[in-house]
Design a protein around this ligand. Structure first.
Ligand SMILES: Nc1ncnc2c1ncn2[C@@H]1O[C@H](COP(=O)(O)OP(=O)(O)O)[C@@H](O)[C@H]1O
Ligand SMILES: CC(C)(COP(=O)(O)O)[C@@H](O)C(=O)NCCC(=O)O
Ligand SMILES: [K+]
Length: 259
């Protein structure tokens, strides 16, 4: 009955094992590996967990990485399924020009966010911020339609771009300050304000569009770094992609296993 959810981003693979493919599932085990360590999974972390009956994942790190993950999954007699963004799934409608070109992690996280609001009886517009290798900021209306979103560089990429494009910006990580007075603080604050400002702008756009105050939900490996510097009130939910994968699995496998 157990269900393995996998999220493969451009920096790290995150996995979580649940007792069933349903929204009320219990978490049994979880872990994370940098992409360069994927080959350790079958003989390492995954050798210590019970064989899952279903595997559902989202991968945005490319086909070669996906194949390396599939190789590790050969440890068990299970055929993994991979989410492809579609025009509608699990209560969400996709407004992207070409729905399948939307990053599957973005789609899954939005499904998780929508599910979360509905569970609380909050049918309100929502801005979803995902802070990983890249940063994405999505707008979802009160009816569950993804209106559109933006992609910007994450902290690491912003810093590396500045380091490689200039002569004088090789400095240690600094602090976020209102008025930075050294290079380290200037770079760290610059990246943080860029992300916080982009979120503020999307919240303004969505409020203007919908005439309602949007909820703001944040997730991703570097979400905790952004949380203290946000200018809009936001809720940090580390598990959002897994919540989304559980919601999709609930729709796909849940009904059959419950019957
Ligand atoms: N312990 C950590 N190790 C590596 N990166 C971390 C760690 N904590 C936070 N981060 C940040 O999180 C980002 C990776 O987040 P993650 O959500 O796993 O990204 P992705 O989904 O793109 O692989 C890194 O770019 C880094 O800035
Ligand atoms: C925007 C992303 C690079 C984010 O990747 P991540 O930071 O999660 O590794 C990924 O969702 C992606 O490759 N998207 C495809 C293009 C799009 O969503 O329009
Ligand atoms: K991600």
């Amino acid at each position: 009955m157990s269900f393995l959810a996998i999220d493969v981003g451009n920096t790290r693979l995150k996995w979580a094992l649940y007792d069933k493919p349903a929204v009320d599932a219990r978490l049994l085990a979880h872990g994370v590996q940098f992409l360069e360590n994927i080959e350790t999974l079958a003989e390492g972390d995954w050798s210590r967990i019970a064989a899952p009956s279903q595997v559902l994942g989202c991968v945005v790190a490319g086909e070669a990485v996906r194949r390396r993950v599939i190789e590790q999954l050969e440890l068990w007699d299970v055929t993994p399924q991979w989410v492809v963004s579609s025009s509608a799934e699990a209560g969400l409608v996709n407004g992207y020009d070409h729905p399948s070109r939307l990053g599957s992690d973005r789609w899954v996280a939005m499904i998780g966010a929508r599910q979360r609001l509905i569970a609380r009886g909050q049918r309100r517009p929502c801005v979803l911020v995902m802070v990983g290798t890249a940063v994405t900021v999505e707008a979802i209306d009160a009816e569950g339609r993804f209106l559109g979103g933006i992609i910007l560089p994450g902290h690491g990429i912003m810093l590396r771009a500045l380091e490689s494009g200039t002569a004088g910006l090789h400095v240690p990580t600094g602090e976020v300050r209102d008025f930075p007075t050294n290079t380290s603080d200037a770079l760290t604050s610059g990246g943080t304000f860029a992300i916080a400002g982009a979120v503020q702008r999307m919240v303004d756009n969505l409020r203007r569009h919908s005439g309602q105050e949007p909820a703001c939900i944040m997730t991703g490996g570097a979400g905790w770094k952004m949380a203290p510097s946000m200018t809009v009130q936001s809720e940090l939910v580390e598990s959002l992609i897994f919540d989304g994968l559980l919601a999709i699995a609930h729709h796909r496998f849940g009904a059959a296993t419950a019957a």
